[in-house]
Design a protein around this ligand. Structure first.
Ligand SMILES: Cc1cc2nc3c(=O)[nH]c(=O)nc-3n(C[C@H](O)[C@H](O)[C@H](O)COP(=O)(O)OP(=O)(O)OC[C@H]3O[C@@H](n4cnc5c(N)ncnc54)[C@H](O)[C@@H]3O)c2cc1C
Length: 312
């Protein structure tokens, strides 16, 4: 049987997440198909068709793919489900909504938030804010999974595979996306960034967050924030790192004025190295940090920025 990957895209760009899902799909040693929503021009489908390990891209045409609701995508996947033993989606964005809907319609329990697929095809996922790793085996006819993209490498390109149009009749979807407003920035995407600079309550204000943003830009880093910083309105919701935010795996995570609550750590435990700056020597973040600076972040930040400017 075959594995189906539910791809994610924005506009005419395939998201990096999809490349990571292909790596996860390879663990099943089965042919891999990708389902993608695209316009008749098939620009996104062409990007997916180049990914190493993909044998076929199945494309459903919509005039405005970004505005197709989760209900409709789940129905689309349901129409194809008979062809597949395993269906996987990202544990981010639409995948979090579409896969459970599909699972309910197939009456099969989904397994969500997978961080590792074992050789025996058991699955691992962090639970209780990452304080436990649960190992699970499924005894179901089909395997329905959401995968944490940050835990898997992105695949590269290969020679192009075939693209097949899926005939579908748009259903009477019970949910419609009316409009999407772009709030993209020049900074790298939080879930893919190699360096993330994040601030917490210790920053003290939205104005101080602007200083942190300037520091992030000097390093070519993505901007992250603790939940409190987001709740205060200092940083947008999409920057929240942690259990209820984004789970990330940068090479370097720099945390300023973040205490290191268990719910925050749940989002950074796959980071390569963690540098924490905090004036409280007992802050829990120092228990997980590789490097720590005990001190006032407002003294540290300008010094670091000056040093970077001198080295330019
Ligand atoms: C169900 C649930 C889900 C949650 N999900 C998340 C989540 O996804 N992400 C998340 O982040 N939180 C989450 N939280 C909230 C979490 O429990 C913490 O409340 C939050 O992470 C704390 O944010 P903080 O570290 O910015 O603030 P604080 O805990 O208040 O820490 C601020 C730190 O800044 C330091 N500081 C202050 N001034 C300075 C200075 N001038 N220089 C240096 N250091 C300074 C202090 O010493 C302190 O350690 C969740 C909570 C619950 C209950």
């Amino acid at each position: 049987m075959t594995t189906l990957v539910l791809a994610q895209s924005i506009g005419n760009q395939l998201l990096e997440n999809t490349k990571r899902l292909i790596t996860a799909a390879r663990a099943f040693n089965e042919p891999i198909h990708v389902l993608i929503l695209d316009t008749e021009r098939q620009e996104v489908a062409a990007q997916a068709a180049k990914l190493a390990g993909v044998e076929q891209v199945r494309v459903a045409h919509y005039p405005e793919p970004d505005l197709v609701g989760f209900d409709e995508i789940a129905n689309l996947a349901l129409g194809l489900a008979d062809d597949y033993k395993t269906i996987i989606a990202a544990n981010t964005g639409s995948g979090k909504y579409v896969l459970p809907l599909l699972a309910a319609r197939l009456e099969i329990p989904p397994l969500t938030g997978i961080s590792h697929i074992g050789d025996d095809q058991s699955f691992e996922r962090p639970v209780y804010a990452g304080s436990l790793i649960e190992q699970v085996k499924l005894n179901t006819d089909k395997t329905l999974l959401t995968i944490r993209p940050a835990n898997f490498e992105a695949v590269g390109d290969q020679s192009t595979c075939s693209i097949e149009a899926v005939t579908h009749t748009p259903s009477n979807s019970r949910m419609e996306i009316i409009q999407q407003t772009s709030i993209t920035s020049e900074r790298p995407d939080l879930s893919d960034a190699k360096i993330v600079v994040a601030g917490g309550r210790g920053l003290g204000s939205k104005e101080n967050f602007a200083q942190l943003e300037a520091f992030a830009d000097m390093l070519g880093a993505a901007l992250g924030a603790s939940r409190i910083a987001v709740d205060m309105g200092w940083s947008p919701h999409i920057t929240q790192v942690g259990q209820t935010g984004v789970q990330i795996a940068p090479d370097l995570y720099i945390a300023l004025g973040i205490s290191g609550a268990v719910q925050h750590i749940a989002g950074i435990k796959d980071a390569g190295k963690i540098l924490a700056i905090n004036k409280d020597p007992d802050a829990p973040i120092f228990k997980v940090a590789d490097y720590g600076i005990i001190g006032d972040l407002f003294e540290f930040l300008p010094q670091f920025q000056n040093a970077l400017t001198k080295n330019d």
